[in-house]
Design a protein around this ligand. Sequence first.
Ligand code: ZN
Length: 450
Amino acid sequence: MGLIVGTAFILFIMVAFAGTAQETVVRSPVVTTENIEVVSDFPDFQRKTSTEETDTYYFSISTILTKSEPINQYIQMWTEKERDQFLAFVEKNKRNFHEEHLAKLHITVHLNAVTDDLHTLTFNVKNKKTEPRDGIKIFNLDLTENKILSLIDVFHLEDSNLVGFCSIIKEYIPDASSQGERLEELFKRPDQINWQINQNVFTLFLKDHDPFIKVEVPVERLRPYLTENMMTRLKLAPPEELESTLDPNGKYIALTFDDGPSPAVTPRILETLKQHQAKATFFMIGNRVQYYPELAKQVAEEGNEIGNHSGSHANLSQLSEAQIWQEIVGTNQIIEGVIGHSPVCFRPPYGVYNPLVEKVASENNAQIILWSVDSLDWQERNAEGVNKIVQETIFPGSIVLLHDIHPSTADALPTLMTELENQGYQFVTVSELLTLQGVSGIGPYYGVSN
Ligand code: ZN
């Protein structure tokens, strides 16, 4: 410490000497103080506050001392850099400052425990009457590994992940900010970013208009990008394994209805399901949910599951990653806006997907669900034909592809369900069926049991 005070003092002498050569004003000497105290509630940490005053400037710099020397040195480098920049500024503009008008620098620090060995230091820099440098600086301390955490210790930020990762962040940036545009560039230099994380929220402080904007993203949303180490360190529970309430020896099938909701057909199908006390899964198109939100809501309220069937029924394998993102995540958001939660099942239009679609789906915890029985209702367009095809190809554990846009499908359903019931089948949602198969997590499912 003596060294720092000494350096500052020498600097002062030089400044004073240079000044007195032309001026007759008698300068007061530099007055320094240094105070070290234990941080309340944190016995392992000390707060050190240094102040310095001359007749041109005043600064007060607080920092936190940990038991880790490498961490202390790293932080000290930063506080010294802030101080030196301030002093250089004062030196350059010293004519502007005098006892009545001191240049002032205040650096305060707040310590926060995330877990036993992860702590966050938030420095607030107030630099009045100099350049507009007010701001914050955050250090995330890893006291087990004796280092300052970098964002790449927390997230997998390889180039291939940046589109998805940044798309999620953008969802949480206020509309008024232009920061979304350059986010991907920003994350290519993650050490420039002020951030903090706890079990629930990842917080970013982006420079914008004065002084910064705070972006809070639920950690759960970013889980696909978290490093394993960070998951352990944050003590995040693994994704919930759904307990199955179904009888392991039961004959279950999942009826699925795609491309709706449609006011002409969906209500008729709901009526039949209700009569059979059955549940089904409706893979809805985002655009149509926007047209018929009440109908979508009714489908969910009657105990059925709503899945994502893209926003515009495009062939996703021909789209860019950003477009696929819009088709899948945009639709999740539309559905969430209507029924209060995001779908967990996703069926790509035409059953067509490629590795990019799989990647975007997995980054959004959307399971890709195809089908094991194709009713061909889109081709047959007559109730008897649909009935015949389904009954000839059905087996326990099937996922049956139907469409709630063809009246003939609604015509087929009462007989189909009655006859299947007579064979001992029970109708459940896709998610329920998957719990029976002991399958949860992320990936494509075809409904093929065993
Ligand atoms: Zn479709």
